[in-house]
Design a protein around this ligand. Structure first.
Ligand code: AMP
Length: 426
């Protein structure tokens, strides 16, 4: 038997009802904040991620699905292509490629699959889904303002509330401007120098090439060393500190609670200033539902114009796990099951179904080979509210037997009144 590849999975009904609920709620929230959808390709030039996300990150150094595409001519070397491990780099590439800076502040969102070669476990997959958004534009568009950071965070709190997810914690940090981070990296390097030989080889390498990434080391024996390292909060210059304070002030004013965590550095190199994660207790080891932050230098790093931005990515798989709702309950049930009674009734029933479906009713169409008993049983099993019986006599009278499947009550309803009688809450 051929099975789905390790780390990938099929999303089946009724669970897909939860996914649709999350997607629809996200779209409604994005609409309220005036975000518009963007769809970028699922694979991109590998360089986009090595330059954008960073060579030393776990994502780029270990987790990308990359292959060499065949060149056009036999002798031509192929292009290295990667399945996107995240979507911010793709959005910023599109921003540069299509000159979106002429539109001022771009407020874009995406929903789609991402791919990372990670060790699969609960809440961690090799194909997973993210719902994300980016606010990006030239500095004149206000894209650098702390008001944008606060707006993004408030949007996220609203989204989680709308989904009925409580018990989340917003962990907030500022990882400083480019110069702050350069100073901080230097301080980390100095602090790590005398102790790094005691660390895991992977962490040792990071201590030299990109000390900030030492915080992504998960080896338990290294944690006491990491705990002693200097803190980024001591390295913020005045404008950066002020920016961060303003973000916090707005959050307090709109009533979004947060916890400061100056160890939160996020596993991607493009972040600057505000960085955040929302965690949730019910998720176990993989407790981060979403992460994000500012990436003021990313556009320039990718060869584009100066375009400060801020964004986030929500792990939809984890969000669905944190939803405290039953999938069965979320699934829509047919308004009516049409039960054709005897030969020739499929034709008539198809016409009626079309008519009712055009009125936005949810209709399940039965089969004329079924006896009435079997039709009614099928209708009940599907959770339909009504069964509509279509037999020779009904067609002649243009009036149909409508059975309420909850009460068992059955009445004859003229054709012209069917929609009104079947429509929920009518
Ligand atoms: P990141 O792009 O690493 O900041 O991830 C943003 C969010 O995506 C995380 O907080 C997770 O919820 C989710 N995520 C990242 N990697 C995976 C994965 N392998 N499987 C499922 N969700 C993931």
């Amino acid at each position: 038997m051929i099975k789905a590849v390790r780390g990938t999975r099929d999303l089946l009904p009724p669970d897909t009802a939860l996914w649709s609920f999350v997607d629809e709620t996200a779209r409604a929230v994005f609409r309220a904040y005036n975000f518009q959808e963007i769809r970028t390709p699922i694979f991109e030039d590998t360089q986009l991620f090595s330059r954008g996300v960073g060579e030393e990150t776990d994502i780029v150094s270990k987790e990308m699905f990359t292959w060499e595409d065949r060149g056009r001519a036999q002798s031509e070397k192929g292009q290295l292509i990667t399945l996107r491990p995240e979507n911010t780099a793709g959005v910023v590439r599109a921003y540069i490629e299509h000159n979106l800076q002429t539109r001022g502040l771009n407020k874009l969102y995406y929903i789609g699959p991402q791919f990372r070669r990670e060790r699969p476990q609960k809440g961690r997959y090799r194909q997973f889904y993210q719902i994300g958004a980016e606010m990006i534009g030239p500095p004149t568009s206000g894209s650098e303002s702390p008001a944008r950071d606060a707006e993004i965070l408030e949007l996220l709190a609203t989204f989680l509330d709308r989904l009925g997810i409580s018990g989340w914690t917003l962990q907030l940090n500022s990882i400083g401007c480019a110069q702050d981070r350069a100073n901080y990296n230097e301080a980390l390097r100095n602090a790590l120098d005398p102790v790094k030989s005691r660390m895991d080889p992977d962490c040792q390498r990071r201590a030299v090439t990109n000390p900030l990434r030492v915080f992504d080391c998960k080896v338990p024996e290294d944690q006491p060393i990491i705990e002693q390292l200097p803190r980024i909060s001591e390295f913020l210059d005045e404008p950066c500190r002020k920016h961060f304070e303003q973000v916090q002030e707005i959050l307090k004013s709109v009533g979004v609670p947060f916890t400061l965590n100056d160890r939160l550095v996020r596993g991607l190199d493009y972040y600057s200033r505000t960085a955040f994660e929302f965690t949730h207790g019910a998720l176990g080891a993989q407790n981060a539902i979403l992460g994000g932050g500012r990436y003021d230098g990313l556009s320039e790093q990718l060869g584009g114009p100066k375009a400060p931005g801020i964004g986030f990515a929500i792990g939809e798989d984890r969000l669905v796990l944190a939803l405290n709702r039953s999938a069965e309950e979320m699934q829509s049930k047919p308004d009516v099951y049409i039960a054709p009674l005897g030969a020739g009734m499929d034709r008539e029933s198809a016409r009626l179904a079309r008519e009712l479906r055009h009125q936005d009713l949810m209709v399940e169409l039965g089969d004329e080979t079924f006896r009435l008993k079997k039709s009614l049983e099928t209708a009940s099993k599907l959770g339909a509210r009504f069964a509509l019986i279509v037999g020779e006599n009904e067609i002649k009278a243009d009036s149909f037997a409508l059975k309420n499947l909850a009460t068992g009550e059955q009445v004859s309803v003229p054709h012209s009144e069917l929609v009104e009688r079947i429509r929920p809450n009518s």
